[in-house]
Design a protein around this ligand. Structure first.
Ligand code: ARG
Length: 292
């Protein structure tokens, strides 16, 4: 029996295929915490910008050393949260939907991100409804999972369905510590596997969602990795994946084990300083799909 199990997990690990990624990141040269727009941010607590930059460089280098491409946008002084590029837009097939922040403190980031997309060959769509980009929109296979409850409004889910012509599944977040969808769901296999076999899968934190959303997730992703509160609390789910390598916090020990059991390769990157702003690995990473 146990031999069979070992064989099965070995087989599943050999099926994991690394996919090339192109990301947009922002070196946190002006990172600090001067306001509080989520429960993690305490302006009275000192931040160390040099440490934030050093930790960020580790993530940047980890992506490059695994063969991924990383584009950079300059951080605008006075916009300390710009380092969280996941909130800069949502990009599929060379089309970039800009963002419209719920929070006044970040509205200054909207134009710089749209300018960057335009300057880099993307078709820019200016949003009408309030939403915070890939922080709340996650592409899983052909479907966009869309979060609401704290930042992005429900109407933005209709808008994004129109802009990208994809199925959009709305999910409601209920715990203020997990205020963006990418703090509660990690997309592990975003595309179809070899031979067109749909193997898109996710990991999620059940306690971050309302009952109805939990039911949707259970139904759609019966093989999902359910992450413990302990691992969720250290931002374990705020991770990026290339289908094989999953970039996660070194403190998410249980999640690290779960990933290994499924044949993924966890890559541990500590962004503790950036967590003082309420962001982690995924928040610092925006995926650029299409365009050159
Ligand atoms: N301080 C930022 C905010 O509250 C953190 C954003 C984190 N980004 C994310 N994609 N979850 O808006």
């Amino acid at each position: 029996m146990s031999t069979q199990n070992t064989a099965a997990s070995a087989a599943s690990s050999s099926n994991r295929i690394q996919q090339h990624r192109r990301y947009l990141m922002c070196r946190p040269e002006h990172f600090t915490v001067t306001y509080s727009i989520n429960p993690w941010m305490e302006p009275d607590r000192p931040t160390d910008t040099a440490k934030a930059v050093a930790q960020w460089e580790e993530l940047y280098n980890a992506y490059l050393s695994l063969g991924h491409e990383v584009e950079l946008i300059d951080q605008v002084p006075g916009l300390p949260d710009m380092v969280y590029t996941a909130n800069g837009g949502f990009v599929i097939d060379g089309k970039a939907l800009g963002v419209k922040f719920r929070v006044e403190e970040r509205r200054g980031e909207e134009q710089p991100f749209m300018d960057w997309f335009a300057a880099n060959g993307f078709d820019v769509v200016v949003p009408q409804e309030v939403q915070e980009g890939e922080g709340d929109f996650l592409l899983v296979g052909d479907t966009i999972l869309a979060g609401t409850g704290f930042r992005s409004v429900g109407d933005s889910h209709r808008e994004i369905a129109e802009v990208f012509g994809r199925e959009v599944v709305s999910l409601t977040l209920t715990d203020p510590r997990f205020y963006h969808l990418d703090t509660a769901i990690a997309v592990l296999d975003p595309v179809e596997g070899p031979g067109g076999v749909e193997k898109a899968n996710i990991a999620y934190l059940p306690g971050a969602f309302d009952e109805a959303s939990r039911r949707i997730l259970e139904e759609r992703y019966p093989d999902a990795i359910l992450v413990s509160d302990e691992d969720g609390d250290v931002f374990g789910l705020n991770s990026a994946s290339d289908g094989l390598n999953v970039f996660i916090s070194p403190r998410a020990h249980g999640f690290e084990r779960q990933l290994r059991e499924r044949g993924y390769n966890p890559v541990l990157v500590d962004l503790s300083e950036l967590l003082l702003g309420g962001g982690g690995i995924k928040c610092c990473t925006l995926e650029l799909r299409g365009a050159r």
